[in-house]
Design a protein around this ligand. Structure first.
Ligand code: KG4
Ligand code: ZN
Length: 334
């Protein structure tokens, strides 16, 4: 498998992205076309609008990714695509485009799980070392995953209601902050103090599951109560208090998983890994506990196709191909 070139396609939500990755480790191009501007005025991703935007952009972005990588189509070895989970209409555009390319170029078609992609974003920085624990925190997922070797994912815990990023976005929306709210709350937190007492859902002792809907409701009740009394709640202090409640649980449970499995590597993945508070707290704790922490650079934290191509390369090495009946699967399990 010397010098394998894999083209990856990611359209699971509101980013149209195409990348070319060499040997599963080197990003030759990673074009990301965000639809944020379109969805912002609706306060969230509108699935129909997302699909339509993907259709309009995908062909141009494929050409752009090849041009930026300085790679011609005939030099590609495989086409990797996010099969799920995600918005079905959005996923379909990527899957249909990948199938067309694989058919036209007579190349293997490699379906990739979106979360596997987020984890493999780290592989683009430094090769993964096993065994490891991955904390995957995005708009759709909050999961703790144990990996003993390439492509072997064991889920140790997950959210029972809202994902971490979803909680950030919903609370931000309630506070009147623009979409997506995660980065806004992150920014405001840095200027605020943790002064509001908000609940942490620890669940059963030793549990590695998460729950954020109670916290979200508490924030809303706090704001409504203040409004009734004619009091004002500072956005910065509320952001800091909410973020602290989320991070306390994320950090504690990630290290609980590390301890339970006796691993030395902790990996952070997904859009919420962009959170500066989370990064700082995990780094501090990792140093205290003598654990190696891996966090992808910001541009590889949020949805992108390079991470799909990276995971896709290992699936390609293992011959995990799909035929042209491949369908998008919005509820795909890891
Ligand atoms: O991985 P991603 O791009 O898309 C999904 O697969 O969901 O993650 C997007 C999520 C959004 O909920 C967004 O608010 C959150 O990641 N996010 C953040 C930050 N940057 C992005 N949440 C907290 N702090 C941030 N700095
Ligand atoms: Zn994602």
């Amino acid at each position: 498998h010397k010098n394998s070139l894999v083209l990856g396609i990611e359209t699971s939500c509101d980013e149209t992205s195409v990348a070319v990755v060499k040997n599963g480790t080197k990003v030759l191009s990673n074009v990301i076309s965000s639809q944020m501007d379109v969805h912002r005025r609706f306060g969230g991703v509108v699935p129909e609008v997302a699909s339509r935007r993907h259709v309009e952009r995908i062909t141009v972005i494929i050409e752009q990714a090849l041009a930026e990588a300085n790679v011609t189509k005939d030099r590609l070895d495989a086409i990797a695509v996010t099969q799920g989970p995600g918005l079905v209409g959005a996923l379909l555009i990527g899957v249909a485009s990948a199938k067309a390319l694989a058919y036209a170029l007579n190349l293997p078609l490699v379906p990739v799980h979106h979360i596997a992609g987020h984890i493999y974003a780290n592989h683009l920085v430094t090769p993964l070392e096993f065994p490891l624990i991955a904390l995957v925190v995005s708009g759709g997922h909050t999961e703790l995953i144990y990996m003993e070797s390439h492509l072997h994912f064991v889920r140790l815990g997950q959210t029972r209601d809202d994902a971490a990023g979803e909680a950030f976005d919903k609370v931000a929306r309630f506070m009147g902050l623009p979409y997506p709210g995660g980065p806004q709350i992150d920014r405001l937190s840095a200027q605020g103090k943790v002064i509001y007492d908000l609940p942490r859902a620890w669940l059963e002792p030793e549990s590695l599951d998460f729950s954020f809907s109670g916290l979200k409701s508490s924030v809303m009740q706090l704001m409504q109560k203040a409004e009734r009394k004619g009091e004002t709640i500072g956005q910065a202090d509320l952001s800091a208090s909410f973020q602290a409640a989320v991070l306390d649980v994320l950090v504690e449970k990630a290290f609980r998983a590390v301890k339970q499995k006796g691993v030395k590597q902790l990996l952070l993945a997904g859009g919420v890994s962009a959170n500066s508070g989370l990064r700082v707290r995990l780094m501090k704790r990792a140093e205290e506990e003598g654990i190696t922490l891996r966090i992808p650079p910001l541009e590889l934290c949020t949805d992108n196709a390079a991470m799909i191509a990276a995971a896709g390369t290992y699936l390609y090495y293992e011959g995990k191909f799909a035929d042209l009946t491949l369908n998008a699967n919005p509820g795909l399990s890891l």
